[in-house]
Design a protein around this ligand. Sequence first.
Ligand code: PDD
Length: 284
Amino acid sequence: MRHVYVNGDYLPETEARVSIFDRGFLFADGVYEVTLVLDGRLVDFSGHMARLRRSLGELDMPFSLAEEKLLEIHRELIERNQISEGLVYLQVTRGVADRDFNFPLKSTPNTVVLFTQKKSIVDSPLAARGQHVVTFDDLRWRRCDIKTVQLLYPSMAKMQAKAQGADDAWLVKDGFITEGSSSNAYIVTTDGTVVTRDLSTDILQGITREAVLLCAGSLQLRVEERPFTVEESENAAEAFSTSASGLVSPVVSINDKPIGAGKPGSITAHLRQLYLERKRASAI
Ligand code: PDD
């Protein structure tokens, strides 16, 4: 049985408990990170922890566990659950308090939960065939740069995409694509430029995004960080998404219109390969 971490204890998942008064449960008052595990090692761990600290800071949420301790917990769970490939999920909430819109005292202990997911990530059928995406209005709140656990709209958009026979939703704000339901979004123009939306409060600053843009630079590709429209995506040569759980994942159609040849593109494949090589080498 899987072992999880809850507030200092390693427990079988069936014995793990969180209070019904937890602010994560009642107010979605929590933040999270999802870190990729390759060959039993963590990919971009310090980047994820830096983003966690940023999310906590933006929400004025006190948190005192040191990065060293968090690393130790991640590694302990990988070890106990024998994760060679998969994900480690970390969630921190503002803790347990009687229901009140006011934040509780700063001294209220956080709730800290971690668990692993064993998953075949590199060998993904979806990456091999390419994703079909459909677009939806981006109805999320206006602080998408904070990685909070209020994921209902992305989850709904994904379900609506599935109901339409697609694999995922790309979200659109004022005619421009922001990002995927749980990934950053990119197109490759017919002249080989990689385009992805610039960082702002409209999108999550993906840890994979940062690494993949560095890979694009190494491959001498031109990169433009700017908003792009649905129409530009339909006319692109290639498209893809990035995330810790999907790596670099090709997109082959948008709103039922094929992108390029309607097959995973070669620039996308190169980026995926270089990203994987680098991350296998640098995982800790
Ligand atoms: N999602 N944008 C959104 C809205 C996301 O939820 C994610 C990640 C990303 C990509 O970020 P990163 O490259 O750091 O994984 C972008 C994670 C994987 C999830 O919720 O499962």
